[in-house]
Design a protein around this ligand. Structure first.
Ligand code: ADP
Ligand code: MG
Length: 262
């Protein structure tokens, strides 16, 4: 076996598959550029590390259960003037997650609440944080089933472990007493320990309608809001952007609004 083949074998044996695969090419370019030994080795290991990091990020992104992958770079802030871009960029530093603070995104449908939540989640993943995305409805259904099967405590851990838990679409459907109690239990357990990014189409004043009684609504809000960043988006739905441009819509509920039929 010549030295290159032996090296390839050894790299493979050590689990450095991508370095083994890139060896011929890296050797070749190092020879051509007359690179010092250290540079050659650094190039070779960089191949392995880059591929590993990508694979690791992909696996962790999959674990986060994000509904799509969109970033802040994909967000058109000029379309949403009520939104303070500086505040969102500050959140993107993830200081909030380091301090177990919450982010509450409020606004009507289509204004980008889920987009921003997902973008912050992706940032978290890229920074090695555990992230988990779930809709409020799926969360409650899951916990309800776990409760019925006497394994609520164990199941709750799935939602307690991540540094950032994204609970999307609170308020689309009202909670019953058991659902509200389980949400309260979760929010209390995460309080000052991990961040919740929550989105809702209902303002806090309407949360009384979402929960079966005002006491539990207040108790949940109390813990959520204690260390939190509340972002109210008051603009138009981005989904209607092109239709609005085309002149179908003059005002959100104007006479020319034909979207209801679509
Ligand atoms: P919400 O959760 O508030 O109902 P979404 O975040 O799901 O709204 O946004 C609806 C769609 O429009 C998504 O595909 C999202 O990426 C896109 N979107 C919303 N606002 C913007 C924006 N300002 N710039 C770019 N895309 C946007
Ligand atoms: Mg949404």
């Amino acid at each position: 076996m010549n030295p290159v083949e032996r090296l390839k074998n050894d790299l493979f044996g050590l689990g450095l598959k991508d370095a083994a695969g890139a060896l011929d090419q890296v050797l070749d370019s190092a020879a051509k550029a007359k690179l010092p030994y250290a540079d050659f080795l650094a190039d070779l290991l960089a191949r392995e590390l880059t591929v590993r990091r990508e694979r690791y990020l992909k696996a962790r992104t999959r674990l986060a259960h994000l509904p799509f992958q969109k970033r802040l770079e994909d967000f058109d802030f000029s379309y949403q003037p009520s939104l303070d871009e500086g505040q969102i960029q500050e959140l993107a530093t993830l200081n909030f997650a380091g301090q177990a603070q919450n982010v509450i995104l409020l606004g009507p449908p289509g204004v980008g609440k889920t987009h921003i939540a997902v973008a912050l989640g992706l940032k978290g993943v890229e920074n090695g944080m555990g992230v988990y995305f779930v809709t409020a409805q799926a969360l409650i259904e899951d916990l309800r089933q776990a409760h019925a099967e006497n394994r609520l405590e164990r199941r709750l851990r799935v939602y307690l472990a991540p540094k950032i838990l994204i609970v999307d679409e609170v308020g689309y459907l009202p909670f019953d007493t058991l659902g509200a109690t389980m949400l309260f239990q979760l929010v209390s357990a995460r309080y000052e320990r991990g961040s919740v990014i929550l989105t809702s189409n209902k303002g806090f004043a309407q949360w009384g309608e979402v929960f079966p009684d005002p006491i539990i609504a207040t108790a949940i809000l109390d813990r959520l809001l204690h260390h939190s960043h509340v972002i109210n988006i008051r603009g138009d739905s981005y989904r209607l952007k092109d239709k609005r441009r085309a002149g179908y819509i003059t005002s959100p509920f104007g006479q020319k609004d034909r979207t209801a039929a679509q």
